[in-house]
Design a protein around this ligand. Structure first.
Ligand code: TXA
Ligand code: MG
Length: 314
């Protein structure tokens, strides 16, 4: 594990020079660990696709320091400014129209004329962006289609030494990816439920938000791929009584092997989701996994969205 470094001002400085010279750095964010590269360096971004084994039609999120930085390459309308001012730094990603002079972002935008940004709520990530002096493109730091990483060791287990440096910032606070909102159409559309509840965004904007399930054969967002976030083991959802050959992941007070949240707290459940899926996957006691029902409200929507895809028959 010689590429894992505890995040200190020296190691962040070193990681910034890796970013500036076109390398890959895995960084902690409040949602999940990201596999970062200079968003303005098409070749560096290509290394991300290669390391993840990700289908190249998927655009990546550019992580930035402040709203001013977004204005350099994206067009922010009044809705974007309102949302950004309210929820950034935080688990909200905005899909925006891209400015024309940004061919250095062709790779990160996967050739689309939209660009996707957020300010992460994590001091290490912000420090790294600042010291690098660029926007940092970062998808989740795992092999495409597998469970997202919420600790430095998860990143290492998935990507090993394909990453130049993994900055260890401990466990991610939220543990679930950001909510993605598309602002390039008249109606506000959610492409992926995530760390900020859509109800909260709707309430703040005072208008309904549509949920696009998209075309899963040509997704605008991999959150829309039917099989994604998948463990190796077969997984059943909405299970009340598990079979003998299933490891049971519970929610609320119940007999189970792992409990997402005894208190039925959505934030706690979200932050445990990926790590418990990973534990259940590695648990040799039973060959299958079952998960108890989670109410489809608040962050439960994002949790169920991930579980649906994790359970899709492959
Ligand atoms: O919390 C997160 O969002 C984490 C951390 C590292 O920031 N990142 C993350 O990235 O989950 P990724 O690449 O695994 O998911 C980003 C999603 C993808 O599903 C991608 O297809 C979608 O955002 N996306 C990016 N740009 C897009 C665009 N222009 N139009 C539609 N979807 C877009
Ligand atoms: Mg991902």
């Amino acid at each position: 594990m010689k590429n894992i470094y505890e995040a200190t001002s020296e190691t962040i400085e070193k990681a910034a020079s890796v970013i500036k010279t076109g390398g890959l750095v895995a960084m902690p964010t409040e949602t999940v660990y990201g596999l970062g590269a200079n968003a303005f360096d098409n070749k560096a971004v290509a290394k991300i696709f290669e390391a993840k084994g990700r289908p190249s039609f998927n655009p990546l999120i550019s992580h930035i320091l402040d709203i001013e930085q977004a204005k350099e390459f994206a067009i922010l309308d009044e809705r974007a400014i309102r949302l950004a001012s309210k929820f950034w730094p935080g688990a909200l990603t905005l899909v925006l129209n891209r400015k024309e002079n940004s061919s250095n972002m062709d790779m990160v935008c996967a050739g689309l004329n939209t660009v996707t940004v957020r300010i992460p709520d994590n001091k290490i990530a912000l420090d790294l962006i600042e010291k690098s002096g660029v926007a940092i493109a970062a998808p989740s730091a795992n092999v495409s289609g597998t469970i997202s990483p919420t600790s430095a060791i998860d990143v290492y287990d998935s990507l090993g030494e394909k990453v130049d440096m993994i900055l260890d910032g401990g466990k991610c606070k939220i543990g679930l990816e950001s909510t993605i909102i598309d602002l390039t159409t008249k109606n506000i559309v959610m492409l992926r439920p995530g760390g900020i509840a859509v109800e909260e965004i709707e309430k703040f904007m005072g208008e309904p938000i549509l949920f696009s399930k998209g075309n899963h054969k040509l997704p605008t967002s991999p959150g829309q791929l039917l099989s994604h976030y998948a463990p190796e083991k077969k997984l059943r959802i909405n299970v009340i009584s598990p079979e003998k050959d299933e490891i049971f992941i519970g929610f609320g007070k119940m007999k189970c092997d792992y409990n997402l949240s005894e208190k039925r707290d959505f934030l706690e459940a979200a932050s445990n989701l990926f790590s418990m899926l990973r534990l259940a996957d590695g648990d040799k006691s039973q060959p299958k996994i079952a998960v108890a029902p989670i109410p489809n409200e608040n962050l439960g929507l994002a949790i169920n969205n991930r579980l649906d895809r994790a359970s899709y028959p492959r």
